[in-house]
Design a protein around this ligand. Structure first.
Ligand code: ARG
Length: 407
């Protein structure tokens, strides 16, 4: 133990991949910690990723903890639905997961009296910022070995080979993949070129569109939260898993975006997110039925700000609390059902019902004369005034122009 650490322990966000694996010896050799504990947080990654983390931890003799944060994460994803959250077409799976993961690791670090907390992110991406925004609220030292030591993949591979670190296999193929309950992202290698057409085999959650038989799904919402599918109540995790599978079979929820990262880099990203697409589509359709036009248009600004903060990993910001005040207020009426049609890669709302529907069959119908004391002819005055200011402005402009040519 070096003298300037209060304890000799550091907690490391650990996946068992190359970056976090090389961090284990580096935290000892370069940062002087005697003991490293690895923490993997379950936000719905595939089983194989936990197997890889366990196996790698065992081979490294690393004390390793797995924390289940699936429900906390799924609940946050459903909060995101209430805010129709997306960033440039991406429903924010990785972004939403990071604060949940960071918080869970911080709790483990505190329980084990760690003096520091570390991640294996590079200095180019968003995740370093999202993790540290949470960790820097604590007094623990924050360490980012890959960024601070300027490591490259090539260097890491050589270092791992020299030290005989267990880095074979697992998720080290051509693409860099991040998977959780809400989205699966695929980036890197050829895919970085915006002109490269992604091959079908980058997709794992979504089948090629057009092979499944069209189906209807009925979603029930309560206060803006989805609570049941086809009449069957489900908790947040089960509901998202169910829809990922069901809509994934139709090839729903693929996006290919030029993403503007926080540091200013523009990076091409491919995503799969069938459940998110279905829930966001249905939720917006229900808002369309129950909210007034002015609430809907103002809420777009709220939703956009919410999404921006979520992308930045700053869902704890006071602004988000304030935005959620507006979201909560509007969502008290977002209760009802929406039926969506899953068909050939598309999800469309085809029916909606709510006791809060701002809809009067009588008022909208062409067959009723007087409704609420208003009759058709009452629109005449409105029609006379409609566009009046523009007509006036145009005639003034014409008049000035004519006066000019007559001089
Ligand atoms: N660009 C996305 C984000 O910042 C996802 C990045 C996921 N990482 C990956 N290796 N595919 O939220």
């Amino acid at each position: 133990m070096t003298s300037d650490h209060e304890s000799d322990k550091v907690a490391l966000a650990f996946s068992g991949g190359l970056d976090t694996t090389v961090c284990v010896p580096l935290l000892k050799e370069e940062y002087g910690y005697d003991e490293v504990i690895g923490v993997t947080v379950d936000v719905g990654q595939p089983e194989a990723e936990f197997d890889e983390a366990e196996a790698t931890a065992a081979a490294l003799n690393l004390e390793h903890y797995v924390v289940d944060a699936q429900s906390a994460f799924a609940d946050l994803c459903l909060d995101a639905v209430r805010a129709n959250a997306d960033y440039q077409g991406y429903p924010l799976g990785t972004a939403l997961a990071r604060p949940v993961i960071a918080q869970a690791i911080l709790e483990v670090a505190e329980e084990h009296d760690c003096a520091a907390i570390a991640h294996g992110c590079t200095g180019k991406g968003n995740d370093q910022l999202r993790f540290e925004a949470v960790w820097r609220q604590s007094p623990l030292e924050v360490i980012a070995p890959v960024r601070e030591l300027g490591l490259t993949r090539e260097w890491e591979n050589e270092y791992a080979a020299e030290r005989e670190l267990p880095v074979e296999g697992g998720n080290e193929g051509a693409w860099s993949i991040d998977t959780n309950l809400w989205s699966r992202s695929v980036e890197g290698d050829d895919l970085e070129d915006p002109g490269y057409v992604p091959p079908e085999d980058i997709y794992e959650w979504t089948a090629a569109p057009g092979n499944a038989e069209t189906e209807l799904v009925e979603l029930e919402f309560e206060n803006g939260y989805p609570v049941a599918v086809d009449g069957e109540a489900m908790d947040s995790v089960a509901l998202v898993e169910h829809l990922n599978e069901r809509a994934g079979a139709h090839g729903i929820g693929r996006t290919d975006v030029m993403e503007d990262r926080m540091l200013g880099l523009k990076v091409r990203e491919n995503y799969e997110h069938p459940a998110a697409t279905v829930l966001l589509t249905a939720h917006e359709a229900l808002e369309g039925l129950v909210l007034t036009q002015e609430e809907r248009s103002f809420k777009q600004q709220i939703d956009q700000q919410w999404s921006q903060k979520a992308y930045q990993g700053l869902i704890d910001a006071p602004l988000v609390g304030a935005l959620e005040g507006f979201v909560d207020e509007t969502q008290t009426r977002v209760t009802g059902t929406v039926t969506v049609k899953l068909e050939g890669g598309q999800c469309r709302a085809v029916a909606r019902e709510s006791e809060y529907a701002v809809y009067s069959e009588e008022a909208a119908s062409f067959n009723t004369e007087t409704v609420d004391g208003i009759e058709q002819a009452d629109a005449t005055g409105v029609a006379k005034y409609h566009g009046y200011q523009g007509r006036l402005a145009n005639s003034v402009i014409d008049g000035v122009a004519r006066a000019g040519t007559e001089k």
